[in-house]
Design a protein around this ligand. Structure first.
Ligand code: ADE
Length: 241
């Protein structure tokens, strides 16, 4: 899986790929990153990438030409999504991460300043993604969130293939509580069932904990979670207590 990023600040991405899981995945060539400085595709002597908005108003707008030319310079596979990061996009969720991870290449465009010339959105991009209902000063942090969320789903990146299946939000529930040694810490014990070695009981306990936690922290998620009828009854009982 390869992700190309268009940005005015490629230095912001240094560091995140040099550590831990991402570094190993890149070294093993499971994933790759291409950083493209939008300013390299300007043609004037000041390398102008932004300009005043037509109609007036505060702030600057990213010009269309360098963004179009940068995208056109990238070698693309057919069907590669070209995604603008912006607060106006559709919300980035685990489902969207899975959908994006099914492509072998993505192109991410980081907006900046007050915005991006609308012709980029209309005639260049195929998708627009927001990482949440708040405004960042640029799309770079959002792109890093998307890259991390997508790359960890690429087979082999996490080491164990099973681990992304237990993540919070997979199947619509938050993750169950995890414990490791010691079995007693400051008088707080690890739940008995986890030490029992009874895998069926452990699975049932984890599922119930995931449901309880989701109901407590993010009850709105339960309307779309995949629950058995027994689990639906559990939710009803918990709601009444
Ligand atoms: N750029 C600025 N704010 C953003 C957000 N919330 N998501 C994606 N890109 C952004």
């Amino acid at each position: 899986m390869h992700i190309d990023v268009l940005t005015l600040f490629p230095e912001m991405f240094e560091g995140i790929f040099d550590l831990s899981i991402m570094k190993r995945a890149i070294d093993q060539k499971l994933v790759g990153i291409g950083l493209h400085n939008i300013r390299d595709y300007t043609h004037d002597k000041h390398h102008t990438a932004d300009d005043y908005p037509y109609g007036g108003g505060a702030g600057m707008v990213l010009k269309p030409e360098p963004i179009f030319e940068a995208v056109e310079s990238i070698e693309k596979k057919a069907g590669t999504p070209i995604i603008l990061l912006s607060p106006q996009g559709r919300l980035f969720t685990q489902r969207v991460a899975q959908e994006l991870a099914s492509h072998s290449q993505l192109i991410l465009i980081c907006g900046h300043y007050e915005g991006v010339d609308e012709r980029v959105r209309e005639h260049l991009t195929s998708d627009e993604i927001s990482i949440g209902d708040y405004v960042l000063s640029g799309g770079e942090l959002a792109a890093m969130v998307v890259i991390d969320g997508v790359f960890r789903l690429v087979p082999g990146v996490l080491g164990s293939e099973a681990s992304p299946l237990d993540d919070s939000h997979v199947g619509g529930l938050l993750e169950y509580p995890q414990y490791t040694r010691p079995p007693q810490y400051r008088g707080w014990p690890v739940p008995e069932v986890l030490l029992s070695g009874n895998h069926a009981q452990i699975s049932r306990w984890r599922r119930e904990q995931a449901i309880r936690r989701t109901l407590e922290q993010r009850p709105e998620l339960l309307t779309r979670a995949e629950l058995s009828s027994e689990e639906e009854h559990l939710v009803e009982r918990l709601r009444q207590t």
